[in-house]
Design a binder for this molecule. Sequence first.
Ligand code: KIV
Length: 263
Amino acid sequence: MNYKINKILNKKNKSKIVCLTAYSKNIAKILDKFCDIILVGDSMANVLYAEKNTHNLTIENTIQHTLSVRRGVKKNLLVVDMPKGTYKNIAMAKKNAKLIISSTKCDAVKIESNSNNFNIIKELASSKIPVMGHIGYTPQFKNKFKIEGDTENEKNKLIKEAIEIEKAGAFSIVLECITSRTAQLITKRLKIPTIGIGASSYCDGQVLVTDDMLGLSGFYPKFVKKFTNLNRIIEKAVKKYSREVRKKKFPSKKNFLNGSKYR
Ligand code: KIV
């Protein structure tokens, strides 16, 4: 098994797993210093392409962004979301997962659960393709946002689903927008690590969409903590640049290119 995956598995019950999303090299390079997992999430459809959901993201787009991210990642486990419609059946899932891994050299793929695609995880895992599962609010299969796991029925269904995904061979599982008690029960029950987003601190690790936690996306539901306000910081810098260009303060003599030195 990939030693990076072993490292993640070994963190269960020992130390928290830190995961964030990246869609490009510069951000990935920063995340790589502080995280354990970098996810090229299909959230890029909303965050970068201003789509209303993740449904139209293509595999070509995903590969293109992962190639950029790959260049910024040295230490982290690099996981890539398989876009909607690219794992409808076993043959398609295998072909596309292999394509993503061979063309980007990522370490693993993530697939969302529709409560019924455990056989796909099983086939990928037995073909030595590391898979991260994803349950709860799964945007590829649900049109409306809903917190999951609040009723007894939902709780039991999610626990069963998580167990099936572990049995199928996934090495970890994202729990998205799941009530704290249900997330706690799933985390206790599974041997593989759970990575939560809006699923409380009981999970083995946490993931957020980087643009959200940096205050860049404008999307701040209760489960997102804005760790900085990059919007305001960028606005300030751009405003200063614009003022200096208009006032002919930039470029100044020290920015002129005379002779052969450009640094
Ligand atoms: O697409 C994504 O960014 C994700 C995370 C929110 C887990 O799936």
